[in-house]
Write a protein that binds this ligand. Sequence first.
Ligand code: MLT
Length: 408
Amino acid sequence: MILANENFGKLQASYLFSEIAKRVNAYQTANPDASVIRLGIGDVTLPLAPACVAAMHQAVDEMADEKTFRGYGPEQGYAFLREVIAESDYRARGCNISPSEIFVSDGSKCDCANIQELFSEELRVAIPDPVYPVYVDTNVMAGRTGEAVNGRYAGLHYLESTAANGFVPPPPAEAVDLIYLCFPNNPTGATATGKQLRAWVDYAKANKALILFDAAYEAFIRDPEIPHSIYEIEGARDCAIEFRSFSKRAGFTGIRCAFTVVPEGLKAYRRDGTEVCLHQMWNRRHTTKFNGVSYPVQRAAAAVYTPEGLSQTNAQIDYYLENAKIIREGMQALGYTCVGGDNSPYIWVNVREDSWAFFDRLLHEAQIVTTPGAGFGSCGEGYIRISAFNNREKVIEAMGRIKAALTR
Ligand code: MLT
């Protein structure tokens, strides 16, 4: 008899963005003439930067010629991409990361989800609340939690991110083993200072714990005081894995390219206390289960780091940040308290009422899609997340509609 993984039965509902898509589709079917504006899922809308398009075209031409055709590439990514990442994203910021520590992949969502295969089922896992749902759901699927009670899974240690701590939770008083952190944060848009990250690195080292640092939104940081990488904190090489993505950095949500940094000296422990090398484990997993990102896509990703690529993709991020400013100021003018939107594409709005009800109200009365905060965890109740990834005209139109609906 084929036995199912019963941990899936503990999952509370459908994946958050699938549930939202279901509600929006139902509304659109019932109201075919409604022009719905999507400020929900963080999906980019600007076309690929010309430097990336040119690099991809050229790579496709190479694939069309027998002399330059390539089959399987290295599972970890081509050296041309790993080298430019190590140099531009890390060494240029004083972080000692080598190309061999970078694993190119087809997305941070998959990497954040897959990394927990390396760890024992018994780990004590600390997860922020609110949080990007993938960290929680994949630990539920892996059997690291009990059942959900009142929106929280037994066995997980929740790190509450609230207005009281500026949406940056401090390390807990008790020991945990695996810690998920995401800055700039999805969903709140909050950023962490060097001092706040140092507290986490010190905690992780003291507890032989590991930080999984999701930096998918680092390119939106404009404040020079805010660290872009956990490796800007001394000692982080010994206790942290970092995830980065080209999705939001260069509009690759439909192209798919990301990378994970696993420092070579990073250790986990066997039950008898002896050490195992996480870099070797991840390499083993990656080479067994993954055959690499396509050559044209890696060429496009490498083009992000050329002078033209940097200037074009940074201009796109500035554009989304200007959208974020319009959204934040619009909501503030209506009397709502907001965080995020300055070093992040997300604005976290305190709507002071049930977040799914507010989501439905904006959908039905203004035809605007947002994301209800409660979908990210119980501390998200009373909030909505608004994404700045749409075009300027639609953002301005959306703010006008929201104002009309909320002041009616
Ligand atoms: C989000 O809206 O939270 C993200 O786009 C989801 C993702 O990156 O997978």
